[in-house]
Design a protein around this ligand. Structure first.
Ligand code: AHR
Length: 506
């Protein structure tokens, strides 16, 4: 199969916000306890943070991490995680039917975020609680001193405020499963009032209002329209979530789900524009896609286990083991975020460690990278700058979830310094090589800098504690830069990072 494509330096989409490569840590399963925090682990520092996990997190260069939930946040008392550990209450977590020891709270998360070189994005409880507790939380975190809550923080050993810039106004408030689920207008009204109060405190803070939990919700996309009617003037982002699965065991259909993500973003972009026009507003609300990933391998079994268990502490939960097929889909989802960088300014892979995560740990044992770690790592490291339009001419296929899905999936980013272009390519074909003819126009002298690929695996190949390097990137082969064109062959079911230097002297 032949694929022809063109990238022109002047045909730009938008600046890719670095926060598009963000992540999410929820107090659930073993994400926090025995994931990032395990006092007594051989790699733990004096605060109990696992250094092996931290090293893998740093390898992803994660710009922002959402915390502490998720469904968990909708019945969470943030004050429970403050002060001396031995005095903190153990509480029931109604979302996952577990017991929360509160051994980690917002101050420890701030310590960990510093070590991970990442920014905190905090979610507040607008399920079982409301404006009063949210504003106290903000004052505790961000006010320097001289008030009840800021002085309490100081008394806990944190003299400097955490200065959290971005706040999530609850989680999945459209979901009937949520503790404190609300109607769109009730939630929109509350979110608007909380967002206003936050901005009375500090005009430069940013807030994220909840959109739909997924694009299959009955209330989608009316939910977004109603919520934005109530809150458009006071919020900065609308949050969207979506998880993907190959329940049908149909690989091409699974890959087609990337088009669903694209349609979801385009649809909500339209809703945003509609409300903007209705309100005669000059401001643009952006999309914060703060939960996305593959989640299906053990989902049914996990749902059943949760119903049956007796409030355990930090049990293994949602520990999906990802395969090569999942890595190819994740690479395509990242391409969608790059191509839609005009709308999506924040995206968080859900989650970061152990719970539907690119990193797995064993309690008292090692930590290792799953297959999906690598496309995220490459996008995060090399996908920062300006997204460029890639016009692609390649055959496509029809499947249940989409029509005319192109066999070649491509995105491109001009680096911040303007000295290189990163091109992310996936050949989705099950068994055909793809001959590539990709013209680079308007760049001047160019040189092939790097070609790395994930290829040659069975779709079901996975990394494990015993074989952590089963699916890892390798030096790419078979692509050359000739007369301003990338030419060569992409193997079936393969992912490629191609970097081209525009600096003739380099
Ligand atoms: O990430 C797991 C869960 O998925 C989150 O708690 C919730 O927001 C979503 O439904």
């Amino acid at each position: 199969m032949r694929a022809r494509a063109t990238i022109h330096k002047d045909f730009t989409i938008a600046t890719v916000d670095r926060r598009v490569y963000g992540s999410f840590l929820e107090h659930m399963g073993r994400a926090v306890y025995t994931g990032i925090y395990e006092p007594g682990h051989e790699t733990a520092d004096k605060n109990g943070f696992r250094q092996d996990t931290l090293e893998l997190v740093r390898g992803l260069d994660v710009p922002i991490v959402r915390y502490p939930g998720g469904n968990f946040v909708s019945a969470y008392n943030w004050e429970d995680g403050l002060g001396p550990r031995e005095q903190r209450p153990t509480r029931l977590d109604l979302a996952w039917r577990t017991r929360e020891t509160n051994h980690m709270g917002v101050n420890e998360f701030a310590d960990w975020a510093k070590l991970a070189n990442t920014e905190m994005m905090l979610a507040m409880n607008l399920g079982s609680r409301g404006l009063e507790d949210a504003r106290n939380f903000l004052e505790y975190c961000n006010h320097p001193a001289g008030t009840y809550w800021s002085d309490l923080r100081k008394s806990h050993g944190y003299a400097d405020p955490h200065n959290v810039r971005i706040w999530c106004l609850g989680n999945e408030m459209d979901g009937p499963w949520q503790v404190g689920h609300k109607t769109a207008s009730d939630y929109g009204h509350l979110a608007n009032e909380v967002s206003k109060a936050f901005k009375y405190f500090d005009q430069s803070l940013e807030t994220v209002v909840c959109g739909s939990s997924n694009d299959k919700m009955k209330t989608y996309p009316d939910w977004e329209a109603t919520v934005l009617e109530e809150s458009y003037d006071s919020v900065d982002y609308i949050s969207l979530h979506k998880y993907f699965g190959n329940e049908e065991k149909d690989t091409l259909n699974y890959f087609g789900r990337a088009q669903e993500l694209d349609r979801y973003i385009v649809t909500i972009g339209g809703v945003i524009d509609y409300i903007k026009a209705k309100k005669r507003s000059k401001k643009d609300v952006k999309i914060c896609f703060d939960e996305w990933n593959v989640w299906y391998h053990d989902r049914k079994e996990d749902d059943q286990r949760i119903k049956e268990w007796d409030w355990p502490v930090a049990p293994a939960l949602l520990e999906e083991v990802y395969n090569f097929e999942d890595a190819l889909l994740v690479a395509s989802l990242l391409n969608v975020f790059i191509r839609r960088s005009d709308r999506v300014k924040i995206a968080c892979m859900a989650q970061l460690v152990n719970v539907i995560a690119p990193i797995l740990t064993r309690e008292g044992g090692p930590a290792w990278a799953q297959t999906i770690y690598y496309p995220l790592q490459f996008a995060s490291k090399y996908g920062r700058g300006t997204a460029l339009n890639v016009s692609v001419d390649v055959p496509g296929y029809d499947c249940d979830v989409s029509q005319d899905v192109p066999y070649l999936d491509a995105s491109a980013v001009l680096s911040e310094a303007g000295t290189s272009v990163s091109i992310f390519l996936i050949n989705r074909h099950l068994d055909e090589d793809m001959s590539l003819d990709l013209a680079l126009e308007g760049f001047g002298a160019a040189r092939l800098l790097e070609h790395t690929e994930l290829s040659g695996h069975k779709l079901e190949d996975r990394n494990s504690i015993d074989a952590p390097n089963t699916v890892i990137p390798k030096k790419g082969r078979g692509i050359a830069l000739e007369d301003g064109k990338l030419v060569g062959a992409l193997k079936p079911l393969s992912y490629h990072l191609v970097r081209v230097s525009l600096d003739a002297s380099a």
